[in-house]
Design a protein around this ligand. Structure first.
Ligand code: BES
Ligand code: MG
Ligand code: ZN
Length: 499
């Protein structure tokens, strides 16, 4: 279900719920003043009588008569907006969506912030809509008999702004971003019997219609490229692996090197393999393809808004299953880079997949820098919880830029170490390296150190998104479930650094 949005200078329909956003000043300016006047001062009376709770996010429902109809007006209080940045603006929309009742199908938004607001008012309007769209996502495709008990009915939003044409200019790239976010959330929500390496590669192939070049490697091609690390993981599964590459060049220079190549872990289900996981909570491992989901959604967003940048991407898609054909702890595999790897624990499979995906990304695209995303370790959840993703990098400039984009979008990261003091951790007695650390601690760093071996000294950053990919509860900008963490972060990173 998609919500129709229009930016208008005057409400045409005045259907459904009228929503009046009030900030700290409690002043009724412009379109808010007209609304108040039309409904015989009901909003100003409510302010005067102090019936409005001035706690950020509180609302007050009023029923008013303009001589023609009785209309519900919901006054929504946002508090101080003086220091508003784009993230806080998005959150106004997310917050107000939650306060709208399920039965509302048409919504008209009135807002006239004071001149003191730093962010452009038309951008603010676009951002409010964006926040509503992010928060209103649902995944009810399998609620076959009971869908209507769950969905909100919101179908149309009208927002009043001085310059609707300019607001639309601000909104158009955000709409493309929403579509990328929705795709990522759909992919991580999809169960593993439906989303296999093959069907996930087919979803990526659909991006061709946006002008993205997509190539899918099948099992035979992966074997020919000698991706022994990725193949070792795939061995136990009846679902064959895939490796997908994508490239988007929105610049005029067709010979330029990609500014960045994004690489994603796409384990469509992670049982742990022979080092099998406990059954409690194992269903969560359907979203162990989260890194690849973010990469695919991000490419969709960038192409959707015709980003003036050259970027590329690779995702390694496998299923990690135990079976008579599965790899064993102690096996030695040889990655496409030529490194030998002793597989101590078959549950540390993401880094094995990334080893070959990273090598392929560098050989195919010779990008200027590399950013990988993976739901790689439980250890990063212990360190940072669901609030921040782990950031590991061999390059300060790259790390600082990603960090800054995180603060700006609210998809926050925290830098963790990958120095040579951790080199010993992944040394093997019989091979070039092993896939888990020797020590008891620093599990997220061991994972990053392992991936680093394949980066050929390129500027590289690794985002361990195990703690942020799936939300247990609702929050301001997303409902419980897939968050698509990383799409908004890296969209901003690309925009701020390369466009
Ligand atoms: N997919 C898991 C990591 C994970 C855990 C993601 C919880 C999301 C939520 C990964 O493949 C894994 O199993 N990692 C092991 C590594 C260990 C064997 C070195 C882990 O973290 O326990
Ligand atoms: Mg695992
Ligand atoms: Zn995994």
């Amino acid at each position: 279900m998609s919500i129709k949005v229009s930016f208008v200078s005057k409400s045409k329909s005045k259907k459904g719920l009228l929503l009046a956003i009030l900030d700290e000043s409690l002043e009724l300016r412009g379109n808010l003043a007209s609304l108040d006047k039309e409904f015989k001062g009901i909003i100003s009376s409510a302010i005067k009588s102090k019936s409005l709770n001035t706690k950020k996010g509180s609302s007050l429902s009023l029923f008013a008569n303009n001589g023609k109809v009785i209309q519900e007006i919901l006054v929504y209080y946002v508090g101080s907006i003086k220091n508003y940045d784009i993230d806080k603006a998005d959150r106004i929309g997310g917050g107000l969506f939650s306060s709208i009742s399920k039965s509302v199908s048409n919504l008209t938004i009135y807002f006239e912030p004071s001149k003191k607001v730093k962010i452009n008012k038309e951008e603010l309007a676009a951002r409010i809509i964006h926040g509503i769209k992010l928060r209103s996502y649902t995944f009810y495709k399998y609620k076959l008999k009971s869908k209507n008990n769950f969905n909100k009915s919101l179908k149309e939003i009208e927002i009043i702004t001085k310059d609707p044409a300019l607001a639309k200019v601000y909104y158009s790239p955000l709409k493309a971003l929403e579509e990328g976010v929705y795709l990522t959330r759909n992919l991580v929500s999809e169960p593993a019997n439906i989303l296999t390496p093959k069907t996930l590669s087919e979803e990526a192939s659909k991006l061709k219609t946006l002008g993205i070049k997509v190539e899918v490697l099948n099992l035979a091609q992966i074997k020919r490229l000698k991706m022994g690390a990725l193949l070792g993981v795939a061995m136990g599964s009846a679902n064959e692996p895939r490796v997908v590459s994508m490239s988007w060049n929105g610049t005029k220079n067709s010979k330029s090197k990609p500014e960045v190549c994004f690489v994603g872990k796409g384990v469509t289900f992670d049982t742990g393999g022979i080092s099998i996981k406990p059954s409690g909570g194992m269903e969560d491992m359907k979203w162990d393809m989260g890194g690849s989901g973010v990469v695919i959604g991000l490419m969709k967003a960038l192409a959707g808004r015709k980003a003036k940048v050259h970027v590329s991407a690779v995702v390694g898609l496998v299923e990690n299953m135990p079976s008579g054909k599965a790899q064993r702890p102690g096996d030695v595999v040889i990655a496409s880079s030529g490194h030998s790897i002793e597989v101590i624990n078959t549950d540390a499979e993401g880094r094995l997949v990334l080893a070959d995906a990273v090598t392929y990304a560098i050989n195919k695209f010779t990008p200027k820098r590399l950013i990988d995303l993976a739901t790689l370790t439980g250890a990063v959840i212990v360190s940072l919880g669901p609030q921040r993703a782990g950031l590991f990098s061999n390059n300060d400039e790259l790390a600082n830029n990603i960090f800054a984009s995180g603060e700006k979008t609210g998809e926050k990261v925290w830098r963790m170490p990958v120095g040579e003091e951790y080199d010993e951790d992944i040394k093997s007695d019989i091979a070039d390296m092993k896939n888990v650390g020797s020590g008891r601690g620093a599990g997220a760093t061991s994972g990053a150190k392992f991936i680093e071996q394949f980066t050929q000294s390129l500027p590289w950053a690794h985002l361990d998104i195990a703690g942020v990919t799936w939300a247990k509860g609702n929050s301001e900008l997303y409902p419980a479930g897939g968050t698509a963490f990383g799409v908004r972060l890296l969209n901003t990173y690309v925009k701020d650094c390369f466009e």
